[in-house]
Ligand binder design. Sequence first.
Ligand code: XMP
Length: 311
Amino acid sequence: MSLNTKKFINTKIIEIRKRVGRGTALCATSGGVDSMVCTFLAHRALGKNLIALFIDDGLMRENEAQAVARTLRKRGIKIIVVKAAKDFFKALEGKEDPEDMRKAFRNQFYKILGKAVKKYRADYLIQGTIAADVKETKGKIKTQHNVLAQIGVSPRKYGLSILEPLVTLYKPDVRKVGKALGLSNSIYGRMPFPGPGLATRVVGEVTPQRVRIVRKATVIVERELMKFRPFQAFAVLLNDRATGVKKGKRAFGNIIVIRSVESENALTAQPTRVPFKVLQKIQKRIVREIPEVTKVLYDLTPKPPSTIEYI
Ligand code: XMP
């Protein structure tokens, strides 16, 4: 059945107002579609009693904190940027197993949110968890960063009461709600970006230096593939190395994977049929602009059996 967005928005506004009352709520926003739509919905309900919290975890895309803050401020939404890169890199130090990394990220994420809720005397944390996040976490495919109660972890552990207004929706409906809220296509139509950010695109230990490499490659992949409007396109840094020749000398460098997929709801996905010429251009730019990289690959694997992200 197709979603009646107006009715959905009105019901959620009433629900949020009823729960939060005259209190204050924090909304965790990462700049991805779900958290942005959630922030705007919560702002409709609470106005100046909503504070958007952007955790600058050192794992975001280039200039993301500034861009998200600008977008929200322009719409009159209070936003606080918490600088926490050091805490996240510390939490991820020495971890290579994907589930260990995801759980460490989640733990750090909620610790910071718990502290912020205390600091700003907020009564609720509102977050943009959607149906697919819960389904995949419960299905033990991977621990999404924003799923707690549904798998038996009490938000109280972090001193939080959580509201999840989008939790019944899948991505296409989240976008529809964003559109109905009057957001621009550049917000509701944006590529999904996972909460744990570039950490999901670094195989092996997540260090500032390795994140810097994948961040640079991400700028190139997004820029070159934007015109094909893929569901999601990004770069991944593998944990392997490959021999190359750089400036006439043998170099045992890093390997970057280009990942681009088409999907409706992120539960299944197909690789984008990117023209070979475009892939060659991306390869050339990555190898030229990122000295640490000696090899570039294109990922052909659909979901399933692969997932979209790499950890
Ligand atoms: P996977 O890799 O599981 O991703 O096929 C499905 C969709 O979810 C995004 N993703 C996440 N989003 N927190 C999020 O908010 C997470 O922990 C997370 N892990 C994956 C991914 O980018 C894709 O759109």
